[in-house]
Design a protein around this ligand. Sequence first.
Ligand code: FES
Ligand SMILES: [Fe+2]
Length: 305
Amino acid sequence: MVVRGRDRIRVMSRVCLHRWVPVVSGAGNAKRFSCPFHRWTYDLDGQLVAAPLMEQAEGFDIRACKLPEIRSEIVNGTIFVTFSSTTPAIGETLADLVEAMAPYRPSELILGFSVEFELDFNWKVVVETFMEAYHHIGAHAKTLEPLYPAALHWVDDTRRGWTAGHGYLKPGLPTPAGNRSGLPEFPGLTEDQRRRSLCLLVYPTNTMFISVDKITWTSVIPVAPDKTKWIRHILVLPEARDLPNFDKIVADLRILGLKVNQEDIAVNRLQQLGAASSFARAGRLSHLEKPVWQLADFIRDRIRA
Ligand code: FES
Ligand SMILES: [Fe+2]
């Protein structure tokens, strides 16, 4: 569980120290966590503060009971969690990502809205499709391709821990065509930055899409070989909330987002189907699918290690 305590944010095990029932689920506000099974109660820092009727348990010391904390680190407003005690600090690994994202003020943004999907295909399919723009000409021929044509896309080499793909607004379209949402734009962007879209992958499962007015942050969570959960948060500038038509903007963005998502989901479902065929072989990739190769490379290196 992730808890904003009085002093700082902590990530802790939510498994009760008594008989393992998760002491909390969902999201919200709480002053304490009280286990529903026998009412052992924990403070926001995980300290056990109440254990009813335990007086006769000889030697039992309530102060010695604290929910284990799990290593976490906040980078660009994202809480990263790891069970490893040896992996380097992610803030160091992603130092140049923090720099690249600075114009978009990731730590200041607020939550516009969230969407969640349960997908019936492999997580790599999700990440690859998010990162490659080749399929704009197929799956998104009527939605994304007329704005950000596949042919204008390019992908950087892998940096330490992340990679980036760049889209460019179709020549001839006025710059404001890239921002039709009505949300406030990130201030201080150059004309060139305003014509770009940016796809980021923090290997292996954290993706971000940056446009002139929002960061679409997505966590891709593998559930099974053919099941993936997809949690997406649309992050906007704090002043967006003050817009009188903010609810309408969010409603429109939901509809548009869903349309594009459905286009991806439709082809990815078919892809998962075809991938199970004995005739499915690795086909030749286009230069626009460099992220597919990059992700495969990342995985191969880890398997080797
Ligand atoms: S399992 Fe939590 S109080 Fe017993
Ligand atoms: Fe797509």
